[in-house]
Design a protein around this ligand. Structure first.
Ligand code: ATP
Length: 319
């Protein structure tokens, strides 16, 4: 799935602004950003429900409208699904089955898959939120799609429901499917996703594996010194890994050091006679990094290469 320089304006509002990223098959990708960041608009463009102002959103190289069997290629659950309260779970799926082109047996099969087999004949009106989420997921799976687009599927689930969803999405990705899950809270999906795409104000701010994002969140020590050459020598002599953290503006004479305690930095600077003006430990955690990225709205740095190398599967292959 490829989003390429995608832009959508609604009047004066730039809902999606020159957005580019790729989503890899066989992995769960978290599509993250605060409310109003442009996630739903992007998903709607992928599904051909909103026409881009410019740029493209394609699945296996084709726009949704160009897919021969869109409902069998892409399963989507965009809004919190609404159900006719008087309709049973099975009847709810039977409404969609003809559009997707699947049999009654498939309706029962997907109910079993999501763990609703035993309540197939019960009215959806009496379902808990978690059961309704499962029914929504069953609907997206009717056509056995290779690509799944799920908007906030964990919304309102209890911890048990989240654990089930996590295992289920991992299972679907394990079958080689492309799974894109949007959320405005990283913590809700951090144990589910392999990759993250973070947007803010319609723009990409970060795309990488979750591991790479977690590395950014490792505790670090920030040092500033008026003696730029002295600081550089100190870092080189100690063999510390110094990285300039793209999420923090770093004036000359600043080093962000990882995997070294502040006390050691202070002691060595003292011994070497390098004057320090700041020596601060930063331990914001994963959610902290996420909040910082979306607050700064910094242009995307990390992960572009990973996104580039992503291979793309044809969602209609083998049909
Ligand atoms: N049809 C529309 N007409 C006008 N503005 C719109 C329309 N759809 C979305 N917007 C605006 O575009 C921006 C992005 O909205 P979008 O729903 O895509 O964000 P989101 O990241 O999905 O947010 P949320 O998590 O709240 O659903 C918002 O400012 C929103 O008000």
């Amino acid at each position: 799935m490829t989003i390429d320089h995608l832009t959508k304006t609604f009047g004066a509002v730039r809902a999606v602004d020159d957005l580019s990223f790729r989503v890899t098959p066989g992995r769960v990708t978290g599509f993250l950003g605060p409310n109003g960041a442009g996630k739903t608009t992007t998903l709607r463009m992928l599904l051909g429900l909103v026409r881009p102002t410019s740029g493209t959103a394609t699945i296996g190289g084709r726009s949704y409208g160009q897919l021969a069997h869109p409902m069998r290629s892409v399963g989507s659950a965009l809004e919190a699904s609404s159900f006719h309260p008087g309709r049973t779970a099975l009847d709810h799926l039977r409404v969609y089955a003809p559009q997707v082109g699947v049999s009654d047996a498939r309706c029962r099969e997907v109910l079993d898959l999501v763990g609703l087999g035993s309540v197939a004949k019960r009215r959806a009106g009496g379902f808990s939120l978690g059961m309704r989420q499962r029914l929504g997921l069953a609907t997206t799976l009717l056509g056995d799609p290779r690509v799944l687009l799920l908007d906030e599927p964990a919304n309102g689930l209890d911890p048990q429901g989240i654990a089930w969803l996590r295992a289920f999405l991992r299972h679907l990705a394990g079958e080689g499917r492309t799974v894109l899950v949007s959320s405005h809270v990283l913590s809700e999906v951090e144990q589910t996703v392999d990759d993250v795409v973070i947007i803010a104000r319609g723009r990409l701010v970060h795309a990488s594996s979750l591991g790479e994002l977690a590395a950014l969140a490792e505790p670090s020590v920030r040092v500033t010194s008026p003696d730029v050459a002295g600081l550089e020598r100190l870092v080189a002599d100690a063999g510390w890994s110094a990285q300039v953290d793209a999420s923090v503006p770093a004036p000359p004479g600043t080093a962000v050091l990882r995997r070294v305690p502040a006390a050691e930095v202070g002691a060595r600077a003292f011994t070497a006679g390098v004057e320090l003006h700041e020596l601060a430990t930063r331990d914001v955690g994963l959610e902290g990094i996420f909040l910082q990225l979306v607050a700064d709205g910094a242009p995307a740095a990390g992960g572009a290469a990973a996104a580039e190398s992503a291979s793309e599967a044809d969602p209609e292959a083998g049909r």
